[in-house]
Design a binder for this molecule. Structure first.
Ligand code: PGA
Length: 234
C-alpha cells in the first residue's frame, strides 16, 4: 500500500479542523500521515502524524521554532525536511543535514523534499539539482544505514499549479533517485511524488510503476474529497 502524506501547510482553522476530524473518524486510512499546523497536531493523535518542519537545534533559545524533542511528546513519527516553501522563505537548504541528523537520532522518519525549479527543468538540470540536494541531506550523515528515510520528489513548478510532468518523465526521475541512492549510499529508499496531485490526475499518476506514495497539499484540505482521493490510491 502506498504512503499518503497530507500536508496542510498553514491552512485550516480550529473549526475547520473539528469538521475535518468528524469527517475522517473511523475511516480506513492507515496509510495516511497527517501534517497539520503545529497547534493542531494533538488533535490528530489517533492517526499517523508528522510535523511540517523541526528546528535545526535540539533545544534552546530560538524564538518561534519548535524542537524535535517537543514534537516527540506528541508522538510524531515523521517530519518533512526541506520543503520548497521552507527553502524559499526560511533559507532551509542550509539546515537540511542538521535536521536529517536530528530526526534520525530521535528515531523519527525524515521525509526529505527535493525538486527543481522550472528554469532548472527547462535547462535540463533536473538530475544535477536532485543529486546536489540529496548529497546535502545525506553526505554528512553516519547513521543512515540503520534508519528509514523517505524522499519526496516535488518539481517546484508543479506545487499548487496543476502543471504535472508527463508520467514517463516522473518515472525516469524516480528511477534516477532510487539508483543514485542505492549506488552512492547503499540505501533502498521509498520515493513519494508531490505537486498538484488531485482527483483529476490520480488515475494517470497511479500508472507510474516505481512510485511509493504521494505528498499532497491542496487536495488534502477538504476531508470528503481527500478520502475520495485516497480510495483511488493502491
Ligand atoms: P500541492 O502541494 O499538492 O498543493 O501541489 C504539495 C506540496 O507542496 O507538498
Amino acid at each position: 500500500m502506498k504512503i499518503i502524506a497530507a500536508n496542510f501547510k498553514m491552512n485550516l482553522t480550529k473549526k475547520e479542523i473539528d469538521n475535518y476530524l468528524k469527517e475522517i473518524d473511523n475511516k480506513k486510512i492507515n496509510n495516511v500521515i497527517f501534517f497539520p499546523s503545529n497547534l493542531y497536531i494533538p488533535y490528530f493523535s489517533k492517526y499517523n502524524i508528522g510535523s511540517q518542519d523541526i528546528s535545526f537545534k535540539e533545544l534552546g533559545s530560538i524564538t518561534g521554532d519548535t524542537s524535535i524533542k517537543q514534537y516527540l511528546d506528541f508522538n510524531i513519527k515523521y517530519v518533512l525536511i526541506g520543503h520548497s516553501e521552507r527553502r524559499k522563505y526560511f533559507n532551509d537548504s542550509k539546515y537540511i543535514s542538521d535536521k536529517v541528523n536530528l530526526a534520525l537520532k530521535n528515531n523519527i522518519i525524515p521525509i526529505i523534499c527535493i525538486g527543481e525549479t522550472e528554469e532548472e527543468y527547462n535547462n535540463n538540470l533536473t538530475k544535477k539539482v536532485l543529486k546536489k540536494e540529496l548529497d546535502e541531506a545525506l553526505e554528512n550523515n553516519i547513521t543512515l544505514l540503520n534508519n528509514e528515510i523517505i524522499i519526496a520528489y516535488e518539481p517546484i513548478f508543479s506545487i499548487g499549479t496543476n502543471k504535472v510532468l508527463d508520467i514517463k518523465e516522473i518515472e525516469n526521475i524516480i528511477s534516477y533517485i532510487k539508483s543514485y541512492l542505492k549506488n552512492t549510499y547503499l540505501l533502498d529508499i521509498k520515493v513519494l511524488y508531490g505537486g498538484s496531485v488531485n482527483l483529476n490526475n490520480i488515475g494517470n499518476l497511479e500508472k507510474i510503476s516505481n512510485l511509493d506514495g504521494y505528498l499532497i497539499g491542496n487536495a488534502s484540505l477538504d476531508a470528503k474529497s481527500f478520502l475520495d482521493l485516497t480510495s483511488k490510491i493502491k
